[in-house]
Design a protein around this ligand. Structure first.
Ligand SMILES: [Zn+2]
Length: 313
């Protein structure tokens, strides 16, 4: 595949349960994809597994590639070590240097929500928009900011980490108290993640089994269940209120939602109708859109950490 030489980018999505690798060409077209289970809580095996994925894809394509990695947490600019990762075996590791040594080349590492935002801004639902805020509403809540096609990276490497801001309480009387794994109270993540949505439903819908999940709540609402509808109404209002704080600071052209909760259709209609009352503007031109690449955006965005013009030599 000589025509691919120097143009292939491999993205790695390093998740708690799986590691996925994807190779794309200069136009973002998929060339190869591999997925394996994550080695359980073992950092050395994780690095080895990534090397195995890259070696396998490069052998199959007959090329050497640029490699980008999306990881939970972030690499601290202060120490060069991973911080904030919920896969805690990564915390404190010098992952950039270790991967560079294992793969014999420079690698780029970014937060998984940043990779999601970069993918959707590059050739997804936010393509062509100047400022894109990408949000993952999944097991956790994360975000990333892309400006004119480039990931915005600040001095703390935390841009978009809006899930651990406090949910604005003035927009809702009687907001229930929550505690977050990060040690804070009323974090946005504790209301807007999938488990947060389920917990909120369980709190108020006494007749509902405690283990009902986001998908079941949507199905219940569709079937006319008043408590499920009320749960989703609360969710939409909280999402509108929380996103309004982002709009007031960043003023993005598009907000792209991904993660399991982003599959709730009513968000795209209801939330933009609600957020106007919280945004300090006569009119809100920001659009709220669903991710185009779905679960693949993490791994695609990791590949997009390298632009097509940055050739591997
Ligand atoms: Zn938190």
């Amino acid at each position: 595949m000589q025509h691919l030489a120097g143009t292939v980018r491999i993205g790695i999505d390093l998740g708690g349960t799986k590691i996925e690798a994807l190779a794309i060409d200069a136009e973002g077209r998929e060339l190869a994809r591999r997925r394996i289970a994550s080695p359980a809580h073992d950092y050395t095996l994780t690095i080895e597994a990534i090397r195995g994925l890259v070696d396998g894809i490069e052998a199959g394509l007959g090329v050497r590639a640029r490699v980008g990695i999306g990881t939970p947490g972030a690499v601290s600019p202060a120490s060069g070590l991973v911080k904030n990762a919920n896969s805690t075996e990564l915390n404190g590791q010098s992952i950039v240097a270790d991967l560079a040594a294992a793969l014999g080349r420079e690698v780029r590492v970014a937060n998984d929500a940043d990779c999601f935002a970069l993918s959707e801004a590059s050739d997804g639902a936010g393509a062509g928009r100047h400022v894109v805020f990408g949000v993952i509403l999944g097991t956790g809540v994360g975000g990333g900011l892309v400006v004119d096609g480039r990931l915005w990276v600040g001095p703390n490497a935390i841009a978009g980490e809006w899930g651990h801001n406090e949910l604005p309480s003035r927009t809702e009387a009687g907001l229930p108290e929550t505690r977050c794994y990060c040690g804070r109270c009323r974090c946005i993540e504790t209301y807007l993640s999938g488990p947060g949505l389920a917990a909120d439903h369980a709190r108020l819908a006494a007749a509902t089994p405690a283990d009902v999940d986001a998908r079941q709540i949507v199905a219940l609402a569709r079937a006319g269940d008043a408590q499920a509808k009320a749960t989703l109404d609360r969710y939409c209002r909280r999402l509108a209120s929380a996103l309004a704080t982002v709009i007031n600071v960043v003023d993005p052209h598009a907000i792209v939602l991904g993660g399991g909760v982003s599959n709730i259709d009513r968000l795209y209609d209801q939330v933009p109708r609600l957020w106007g009352r919280f945004v300090f503007s006569d009119h809100v031109a920001t659009t709220l859109v669903r991710a185009r690449h779905g679960d693949s955006s993490g791994v695609r965005g990791a590949a997009w950490l390298w632009s097509a013009g940055e050739r591997e030599t």
